[in-house]
Design a protein around this ligand. Sequence first.
Ligand code: NAD
Length: 494
Amino acid sequence: MTLVSARPHPHTCHNLIGGNWHPSSGGLRELLSPHDGSLIGHVPMSTAAEAQEAVRAAAQAFPAWRALTLKERTVPLFRWRELMLTHLAELSALAASESGKTVAEARAGILKGIEVAEFALSLQNLDSGGSMEVSQGVTCQMQRRPLGVVVGITPFNFPAMVPLWMIPIAMTVGNCFVLKPSEKVPLTSQKIGELFVAAGYPAGVFSIVNGGKDTVEALIDCKDVAAVGFVGSTPAARAVYQRATNLGKRALALGGAKNPVILVPDADPDLSVQGIVDSFTGCAGQRCMAASLLIAVGNVDHLISAVVKKAASLKLGKDQQMGAIIDAAAKTRINDIIGRAEHSGAKLILDGRKVTAPTGCNGGHWLAPTIIDHATPDMECATTEIFGPVLTIVRVPDLSTALALEAVSTYGNAVSVFTTNGRVARTVTEHATSGMIGINIGVPVPREPFSFGGTKSSKFGHGDITGKSSLDFWTHLVKLTSKWSGTAAQNWMS
Ligand code: NAD
């Protein structure tokens, strides 16, 4: 992305501050379609003053918003959900156009985001706290209290879903939310923001500040920001977590991944081949749950041949089976890693680098599925997050070597095993060090109300970003102990 001085594109993002859309005085960057390279909009790099203004407006909105009951806070969320469904086709096309996904993938991501909102809507019935008479006449009660102004920082690869992992839950429990969307995919967030306004959220409860690293740092540094939720690459996650926690703020930062799939000879051929190909090629491999390392246990050549055949047959295009790479820099980086793998002695058994772009998409960034076999565990292609449709295969003699490889990975987002043997599945489950474990499923992504989150360098902080355990991140737990009767039990504490 380059800084431009040209007249702003009609799709130039504004900041949503205090319920109104404001143009930013920060420099504009071009948004280029990953599909065909066309100019699709501009995004501002907001100033620190603009970040502070958004947080100030959110802090002003907080007392009235937190004073509502949880049930009252769900009223605009019900309306917003309907609006999202009404605008689903438009949102899907927009998210695909800026992220390079296929339209079907973009739509699925938006629906997953709406599912998180449905979980938030159910909190009015589920999250009634807890209360118990702990001794005669003495009652203990738990209450959740919102934190105040919270910030969410999100990556390019899921323009709707990842912001929606955080926003509906954080706001429904009473926080005011400031979103800093990825500067590569800000257009979907603008539309989602318009729908929050249309749904009747009070001014300042939901805000957007566009920008990059400097804007993130300005937001974290604002005195009134109580908590920071982050999803992105590991270096940025680590930096955000450290900056926020050094300031005494609550932080949960999800990072990158290198997800292994353990494939054993007894695996069901249909289930495993489909699962592996879908996992490493879905979203063109640009998802934190993508299987990117195949740990082949023993002789699984019959399955690997079928994986190669299936992956080679995929059609590329925004309305086809696989989309584009986010930008030219990412494509170059991926190509370079593939080149270095070949140079270090690994064998390229499927090379997607010379693919022809779909019709009308010559200016886009296309890379077909690529499979690198006979990599050694220490090679860059086996240890680095490539974030493209690239599967690296490492051959091992037995399950315990496979598990040892999984354990030494610096990442810990997900691991899957494909097997028809219950004992193998159980051994993997018991020994895996990753946060999300799949059995005969290539993308073991938990659905609501189960929580999403990894371990090691895939997550900094405690708790999870979605589901039940996210409630502990977005709230304080307050314990109330009360006695109203003169005849209540006495003990050494009360
Ligand atoms: P990125 O880290 O480059 O950017 C993510 C966000 O952080 C953006 O909003 C960006 O503006 C901001 N940012 C970038 N550098 C920063 C810094 N040094 N300090 C503060 N903020 C910074 O990530 P990306 O390329 O947009 O997304 C891809 C990455 O996100 C991959 O590594 C992928 O695995 C990861 N990801 C992880 C999950 C998960 O749940 N673990 C989910 C989706 C994506």
